[in-house]
Design a binder for this molecule. Sequence first.
Ligand code: ADP
Length: 496
Amino acid sequence: MADYILALDQGTTSSRAILFDQEARIISQGQYEIKQSFPHPGWVEHDPEQIWETQLSAARDAVGKSGILPDQISAIGITNQRETAMVWDKFTGKPIYPAIVWQDRRTAGICEELKQKGFEEEISSKTGLVIDAYFSATKIAWILDHVEGARERAAKGELLAGTIDSWLIWKLTGGEVHATDVTNASRTMLFNLHFRAWDDSMLNALNIPRSILPEIKMSGGQFGTAKEHWFGAAIPISSVLGDQQAALFGHTCLEAGSAKNTYGTGCFILMNTGTEAVVSRHGLLTTVAWGIGDEMYYALEGSVFVAGAAIQWLQEGLGLIQEPASSEDKAREVEDSEGVVVVPAFTGLGAPYWDMYSRGAIFGLTRGTTAAHLVRATLESLAFQSRDVIGAMEKDAGMPLTELRVDGGAVRNDLLMQFQADILGSDVTRTDYSETTALGAALLAGLTSGIWTREQLLTFNKSERVFTPLMESEERERRYLAWQDAVSRTMGWEKH
Ligand code: ADP
């Protein structure tokens, strides 16, 4: 009998399911789009019933198409959009309000109040986060405050609250298990990283009863069994982790110092810092990478707001390229950017600068500057911004980057990848695996259920190409200093 693993990947735009075989190869897949609604400016919601139905259908499609029998599936792994939160009725299973999505800003006011009450330091040291509407806690509090009778029902033990992983676990187990994992818990602003538990002071501050929250488990563990009627066999749920953490695991960044960068609209960077939670001095987030057995691994997380979006700007805003992929050929028309530096701080600057008044700028223009120089300098800005974040991670963690593994739409651009290696002075490893997030959930489920050893995991998701630094270190530092100088000159611009 073969061991197959079913990964469920519940994202912001779709619910996906992928069935993997013993070699971690994709056997079959299912996918359904999900809707977002925007009832007011700044509000973003999902219908939780649609999340469940699409996720179930996607999983059934994957199993149905595979040609294997349901009892050949050894385990289910779940990965999910993080921070999105919801509340449902424990007895009827009906959500009492739509899921409030991570992008939703409606609770910014609650966050301001927390700041005024002086919670910033406490939240940072206990949860590793900055106070922001992004995280789940204020979303749960908002639902309890705005749905009639919710607070009374919560106090009477009639309601359950959780993130999307909890909702899926509860549905799959027929309401038997109300659980979450340490990675999802670490994105709520309620999870004490040091005690590995919901924090009383945070629960009190937001008036959230502990009894409605899920039990916190390690990411690789037993989350109950999906009922037989869903897939034709009872299947244990053996891993649960948030999508960015799943991608880090799928890249097999299992050692401290290894990191992954996803180059999409923005860049999402996570660095494994080992078994110590590192509190950032540069505005990065401390998050749980995963928990396995008794051990929790931590990560530093940082993002670049405008990455692939800058390439879209070249196309749509400036009309310099026909499509993002042609940025590479355009940039190759010139030897280098000839001193041109583009700082795409269109919406301000994130880590490590944190200046919301910064705005984009182009430096070093001469009469000889062409479209190709601008395109090349814009591509380079993705790599410079990633180095800014990775440099901050290295300083916070007190350890050098050992390897950067990459995925996302823009990694097809060889010029960008080579420049990234050059400007970091480290190898950049591109894998040919397009489903790193689902793979991460599958690998952890397979590790937990004894299908693979840790050593075997490292043989999956092999590199397709390694970009090795070719730039002289003197040149690297000269160019990076010029970038930092350019960034400093964009700061505070919006105040004019
Ligand atoms: P997301 O998941 O954020 O939508 P994707 O991973 O699909 O993003 O990547 C799309 C982004 O990558 C777009 O912003 C696009 O501009 C950029 N992109 C895609 N292909 C290339 C390329 N060959 N070179 C540079 N940027 C690219």
